[in-house]
Design a protein around this ligand. Structure first.
Ligand code: BES
Ligand code: MN
Ligand code: ZN
Length: 481
């Protein structure tokens, strides 16, 4: 989509040629001179136009306004949250219309946060999944112009939001694709396609290379499926080769049936989203290709299916991970940690400044935090704070979770160095403690996105989270020497 930020007053908006205009109006709106402003003041006085968040007044062919359709949306105090929800409400009736050009204008002041919120709402509204529909509705929208009183003050925030929007589209698209249209092999091809951009490089390792590396834990998860596993290594080089990279590791289970510890049938289809961590890494690399920041980033994606079959790993089987740790697989449905632990060991070779893994890891995290905040685990306070602050900046929130050593007590095994599950209590934390064992050699954080990566029910679909948090986090590291 073509997005543009422009400086304009209300008088400028009146002249702007587009199919529809949305005007965001905050509490205490002070009309500038001109016909449109006077009309708005009158409408507010008559209580036809309400500046409370979510209230929308729609009009057609308003005299003096170039756009035939217009909606005046209340944004309350114009916080980022207000702008996002108000714009989402105003956009809903426009989604089905054959809109080609849309103008969105702030009637009053706009700051960086509200501009970012507006861009995020626009990207959210105009993405529609079509890939596996035979009669896909056509997407008509070609151009969106955002009008603010002072574009130069908001340009950087706008550019970031657009890059994050583009990245989130990539993440949503891949997460949404059904498992038979998003196999490990297809994910590898998508990564290779992304890497065609400048400063990008991609290597995809297949079963033979992974066996040679000794990734016995990852291989154990993949062995029940006829679909070959892939280990994707993406690199973005924006800084000197000597600068230590930040490594992102995305869980890429393209379908999680649970394996021999099979999941119940209801909602099992949603386990096609179990590669949302991988999708967020792909989306983050898309954003890097747009912004080209001066930083080095490595993306690692262990991708495979988790299926039951006569070749599948069985409860009680003991496997040897890449770093030599033996693991008793008590529950084959705790497979995310099994693929991630080998990727965490592989990450050591980059001498990383930090490693962050992103995973739809536990149902327990959904119980703990719901769909609002992602779980952020880190043994490093600085790293945890970077991620949480980035989440706030990008309006993609996280919440810090604990990592006390006592949480690892339940992972003891009589037959291996460690078991892959503990009991039900604190399930999101015990999973993180399992990963912690494999991440001792660098500052590490783990983001559990099981509750935030997709929505169920009627609005079933991927959210693109936490691309915003990740991109903002990486941009924040550009300054850190
Ligand atoms: N992919 C799931 C986690 C998940 C479940 C995410 C539901 C979103 C919604 C993961 O592989 C899994 O199955 N985890 C198990 C771990 C358990 C066996 C210790 C879980 O959470 O039930
Ligand atoms: Mn599972
Ligand atoms: Zn899983």
């Amino acid at each position: 989509m073509n997005f543009e930020l422009k400086t304009s007053t209300l008088a400028g908006l009146a002249q702007e040629k587009s199919d529809a205009a949305i005007v965001l109006v905050a509490n205490g709106f002070q009309a500038p001179k001109g016909v449109l402003g006077a009309w708005m003041t009158k409408a507010i006085q008559a209580k036809a136009l309400d500046t409370a968040t979510g209230k929308v007044l729609s009009v057609y062919e308003l005299p003096g306004l170039a756009a035939p359709r217009a909606a005046f949306a209340g944004v309350g105090v114009a916080s980022a949250k207000d702008v996002r929800s108000a714009l989402t409400a105003a956009l809903t009736p426009l989604k089905s219309s054959a809109l080609k050009k849309l103008t969105v204008a702030f009637a009053g002041d706009a700051d960086e946060a509200s501009v970012r919120a507006a861009v995020a709402a626009l990207y959210d509204a105009f993405y529609a999944y079509t890939t596996t529909k035979s009669k896909a509705e056509k997407q008509h929208l070609q151009k969106v112009t955002l009008l603010v009183p002072n574009a130069s003050a908001c340009q950087t925030a706008f550019d970031r939001a657009v890059a994050i929007g583009e990245g989130a589209l990539v993440a949503r698209e891949w997460a949404n694709r059904p498992a038979n249209h998003a196999t490990p092999t297809l994910l590898g091809k998508a990564a290779q396609h992304l890497a065609k951009g400048t400063r990008m490089h991609c290597e995809v390792l297949g079963p033979k290379e992974v066996a040679k590396l000794g990734m016995g834990s990852f291989m154990a998860v993949a062995q029940g499926s006829a679909e070959p596993l892939q280990f994707i290594v993406l690199r973005y080089q924006g800084a000197a080769k000597t600068q230590a990279p930040t490594v992102l590791v995305g869980k890429g289970i393209t379908f999680d049936s649970g394996g021999i510890s099979i999941k119940p049938a209801p909602e099992m289809d949603e386990m096609k989203f179990d590669m949302s961590g991988a999708a967020s890494v792909l989306g983050t690399f898309k954003a890097l290709s747009v912004l080209k920041p001066a930083i080095n980033v490595v993306g690692l994606i262990p991708a495979c299916e988790n299926l039951p079959s006569s070749t599948a790993v069985k409860p009680g089987d003991v496997v040897t991970s890449m770093n030599g740790t033996t693991i008793e697989i008590l529950n084959t449905d705790a497979e995310g940690r099994l693929v991630l632990c080998d990727a965490l060991t592989y990450a050591e070779r980059f001498n990383p400044s930090a490693v962050v893994d992103i995973a739809t890891l536990t149902g327990a995290c959904v119980i703990a935090l719901g769909a609002v905040r992602s779980g952020v685990f880190s043994s490093d306070d600085g790293l945890a704070n970077e991620l949480l602050a980035a989440g706030t900046q990008a309006q993609d929130l996280g919440w810090r979770m604990p990592l006390d050593d006592e949480y690892a007590d339940g992972l003891k095994s009589n037959f291996a160095d460690v078991a892959n599950v503990a009991g039900r209590p604190g399930g999101a934390i015990t999973a993180a403690k399992f990963l912690h064992r494999f991440a001792a050699k660098y500052p590490w954080a783990h983001i559990d996105i099981a509750g935030t990566a997709w929505k169920g029910g009627a609005a079933k679909g991927a959210t693109g989270r936490p691309v915003g948090m990740l991109v903002e986090f990486l941009l924040g590291r550009v300054q850190v020497k």
